[in-house]
Every structure is written in C-alpha cells, then in structure tokens.
Design a protein around this ligand. Structure first.
Ligand code: PGA
Length: 248
C-alpha cells in the first residue's frame, strides 16, 4: 500500500497562499497526498488539487443533516463541493471545542450515511499516558465512534497522542508501531477480515526529519502532518523522504 500523507492546514492560509502552494507542489507518484483545508478554501481548491493528484478534504463537519445550526457545515454541503472525505474528532475539536465521544460517533455516522470517507482521529492525553491508559483510551474512542459503521473502506484511523501535537515531542516509532498493532486488533474484531485494510496513520510533531522513522514501521501506513505541512519547502522535503521509503 502506498503511504498516505495528510496535510492538516488547520486555521491557516488565504486563497493566494493556498493557490501558490498548490502551483508549486510536486507529488511523488508513490505517495497518496490529501490536504485538510479550511472550509473557506474547499470549493476553489478541489479542481487545482485534483490536477496535482491531491485530494482536498474537510477538517470537520456537523452531525445533523441540515437545519438551524448557525455556523455549522453539513456533509451534504461538503459533497456539493466534491469534498468526499473529512477529519472527525481531531484532538483540537475534542479539547478546545469539547467534542465528546458521543458527538464524534454522531458525526462519523452521518459522514458514513452520506457515503463519505472519514479520518477518525484518536489519541491519549499526557495524563492518560502517564497512567498507562493509552491503549484503553484509544480503544474506547474507536469503539464508541465506529458503532454503526458497516463499511470498513469508509474509514481511516489517525492515531495522534494529544501531547505530541504541535509540541515537537513524539513517541518512539516502535511505541507507535505497537499501538497501531493494537488498533488493528480492535478494527479486526469489529470489521473482521475487512479491518485489515483500514489505513492507520500517525500524527503529532511529524517533520521532514522524523517522517522516515515512522513510515518505515510496518504498522504505520502514513502520517497526519500539521505544522510541517504549512511551509511548502518543508512539506515537499517530507514527501520526497516518504517517496524514498516507498521505493526501497
Ligand atoms: P502537528 O499537528 O504536526 O503540528 O503536531 C498534527 C495534527 O494536529 O494533526
């Protein structure tokens, strides 16, 4: 399987910045690249990104079909822009915007019912890790969220320890590899044979310097990259490094 790299631009980039980034980026054919762009950029970026073999995805969506929910965006609205994939339950949604496992389950279910693909983000806090509760936490986050998901090919999992996001601290690649094996077991328990094919990505302070140590691991199918995806030179270097791993 080609490695999957998702850039998460979070609340960054004007139209001009985004267009110039897309114009200059060069995607190696051995790497699957997606960009989680802010809502304001989605509609204009889908086509130019497609020409570069990049899928534009959303960072969030709301669980209800439609209605009086000021400020929210529905799955139907995303699909209307040809956006077929969204992140769900990113750590910043959980911790800054207080989304619960229940909210995330509803969003995931809506995305699935609407025929979208969802990248479900899970991960433990530092406190949970210090208490040795990381596997338990992740298991709870995944099993509560995928209740109601029937098709394994509609989800990707991104394991992002909360303490590693934007902190320049990362777990050892071997530790991530072990956690991914645990996630795989959870997925196989639920989806049986189909659980084997669900991509499991790592996220949290991934950079051009450490990406190879992660994607070299057999259980790590790719990465979700925040700050190192903002400056094109850094992200391009990261992609080129992933390409070298894929070719070996
Ligand atoms: P980071 O963010 O790469 O800046 O740590 C990752 C993420 O939040 O998805």
């Amino acid at each position: 399987m080609n490695k999957i790299i998702i850039a998460n631009w979070k609340m960054h980039k004007t139209r001009e910045e985004a267009f110039s980034y897309l114009e200059q980026i060069s995607v190696p054919s051995e790497v699957v690249v997606k960009i989680a762009a802010p809502f304001t950029l989605l509609s204009e970026l889908v086509i130019p990104a497609h020409k570069k073999q990049i899928e534009i995805i959303a960072q969030n969506m709301y669980a209800e079909k439609q209605g009086a929910f000021t400020g929210e965006v529905s799955a139907m609205m995303l699909k209307d822009l040809s956006v077929q994939t969204t992140l769900i339950g990113h750590s910043e949604r959980r911790h800054i915007f207080h989304e619960t496992n229940e909210d995330i389950q509803k969003k995931l279910e809506r995305a699935i019912v609407e025929g979208m693909h969802a990248v479900l983000c899970v991960g433990e806090t530092l406190e949970q890790r210090e208490k040795g509760l990381e596997k338990e936490t992740i298991e709870q986050q995944i099993s509560s969220a995928i209740e109601g998901v029937v098709q394994a090919d509609q989800i990707t999992i991104a394991y992002e320890p909360v303490w590693a996001i934007g902190s320049n601290k990362t777990p050892e690649p071997e530790t991530v590899n072990d956690i991914h094996a645990h996630i795989r077991q959870i997925l196989e328990k639920y989806f049986l044979e189909d659980g084997k094919n669900i991509p499991i990505l790592y996220g949290g302070s991934v950079s051009q310097d450490n990406i190879v140590s992660f994607v070299d691991m057999p259980n790590i199918d790719g990465a979700l990259v925040g700050s190192a995806s903002l400056a094109l030179e850094k992200f391009q270097a990261l992609l080129n490094n992933v390409k070298d791993v894929s070719i070996c």
